[in-house]
Ligand binder design. Structure first.
Ligand SMILES: Cc1cc2nc3c(=O)[nH]c(=O)nc-3n(C[C@H](O)[C@H](O)[C@H](O)COP(=O)(O)OP(=O)(O)OC[C@H]3O[C@@H](n4cnc5c(N)ncnc54)[C@H](O)[C@@H]3O)c2cc1C
Length: 402
């Protein structure tokens, strides 16, 4: 007979968001006696070293860095491999406009760090083991969910678990969101993102580069230099037909096309690793909460990678939800009390919606063929570049300072 296991909190998904959340909750004073289960479908991440880089990287803001420092994993990550960037260069390939953001303008050492996903997730999984109240159940996939006095979930290994609070951190295709019937607003961006690592002829100058084209944005994100060789992670968001064509090119032709699209800002593209194509969808849950169930990270919101904000928004969800759980503990409020979740949703939903709308507007502005918009874009960019105060506000928002 299979026994049902009971936990105070169950988190589904030990990706960047779920694993961070488990660590943050576990180290809070009022949460030390909570029993937390963390369910993860996948295996441990692959290890990349030398000239091999994880194709999936994130641009972490100082606010995200602060959270990872608080749970004791930041040092571990940066001593392995991370690339701080101090500048951002954004320009419009159709006109002549450009904006330059610099950390110095906001008196910071850097705007953020580009880090491989696998490195962060590995450091988090190692940290989880240090918290005896966390049980990592892996590999195990959530396959069933039933609501009741306590929420019950079923795993593909036959186990059933019950909890007062089920947290979905299971990514963009969240099974929890689907089974609990959370409504979403979704639309196709009409873009596929091609991601890969490239070696460039010239150094990246600790700069994150983004060129906007009518067919979509192209980003070059700086990576660590290895034996005097320069590497960048690229995210080339292109209309589906163009992306399909780019995926079929041989390496030499792809490097030539990429160099041309990037206006050879970093000289020739010397080498490209395996390319991956990811269709991009905007997806936002209309509500993040139901009785005893809450969505965080990509399970709640998917955003276009042009902003590099996906994980950063997820980590802000983490900080807010953990704070509400701690507050409930201090006041003796039970975990299944809906007021905890309501306070979380109130803070995060509007904030995430604002960022998603801003990114959509940015994307539409730069994807437009209209002459008026093109004129506005160029004029706006020139003016923005000279409006130091406005730029400072934008940079501070982008790096999570307010
Ligand atoms: C091309 C591209 C570039 C990007 N660049 C950036 C960037 O520069 N900066 C940034 O901040 N963000 C970026 N993002 C977004 C970022 O990758 C996501 O926001 C982030 O990975 C979300 O983290 P998460 O933990 O919520 O979800 P995920 O990383 O998707 O993790 C979900 C976890 O849940 C597990 N899981 C799924 N289903 C189940 C189940 N049924 N049972 C158990 N476990 C399950 C999965 O195995 C996985 O480990 C980019 C995204 C794309 C596509």
């Amino acid at each position: 007979m299979v026994m049902t296991q009971n936990y105070d909190i169950i988190i589904v998904g030990a990706g960047l968001v779920g694993a961070t959340l488990a660590c943050v909750i576990a180290q809070q004073n009022t949460c030390s006696s909570l029993r937390i289960a963390l369910i993860e479908a996948g295996a441990d991440p692959q290890h990349f070293s030398g000239e091999q880089f994880d194709p999936r990287v994130v641009a972490l803001t100082p606010a995200s860095q602060h959270l990872l420092t608080k749970i004791g994993v930041w040092e571990k990550i940066v001593t392995q491999r991370a690339c701080a960037y101090s500048d951002m260069e954004v320009w419009d390939g159709e006109g002549t406009a450009n904006i330059h953001f610099s950390a110095a303008e906001v008196r910071q050492n850097c705007l953020g760090h580009i880090i491989e996903n696998s490195l962060i997730v590995t450091a988090l999984r190692e940290q989880l083991i240090k918290h005896p109240q966390i049980t990592l159940i892996q590999p195990a996939t959530l396959v069933g969910l039933s609501k009741g006095e306590r929420t019950q979930i079923a795993l593909d290994n036959g186990a059933t678990l019950t909890t007062d609070l089920l947290i979905a951190a299971d990514g963009g295709h969240s099974k929890v969101r689907e089974l609990a019937e959370f409504a979403t607003r979704e639309w196709d961006y009409g873009h596929t993102a091609i991601i890969t690592t490239v070696q460039t002829e010239l150094p990246h100058q600790a700069t994150a580069w983004q060129r906007f084209m009518r067919t979509g944005p192209l980003a070059f994100l700086p990576l660590s230099t290895v034996d005097g060789k320069y590497f960048c992670s690229i995210v080339w968001s292109a209309e589906h037909a163009l992306a399909d064509e780019l995926m079929t090119l041989n390496d030499a032709d792809f490097c030539a096309r990429l160099g041309f699209a990037f206006e050879h800002k970093l000289g020739k593209i010397l080498h490209s690793a395996t390319r991956f194509a990811v269709p991009l969808r905007q997806r936002h849950a209309k509500n993040y909460i139901q009785s005893q169930i809450v969505l965080v990270g990509d399970a709640a919101h998917n955003i276009h990678p042009l902003a590099g904000q996906g994980v950063n928004l997820g980590l802000l969800d983490v900080a807010t939800l953990a704070q509400e759980i701690e507050r409930a503990g201090e006041r003796g409020i039970p975990l299944n009390d809906f007021s905890i979740l309501r306070r979380y949703q109130r803070q995060r939903l509007t904030n995430n919606l604002l960022m998603m709308s801003a990114m959509e507007a940015f994307k539409r502005l730069f994807g437009s063929e209209s002459l008026t918009i093109s004129w506005l874009r160029n004029t706006g960019m020139h003016q923005l570049n000279s409006l130091t105060e406005l730029k400072k506000i934008i940079v501070k928002a982008a790096i999570g300072l307010h």
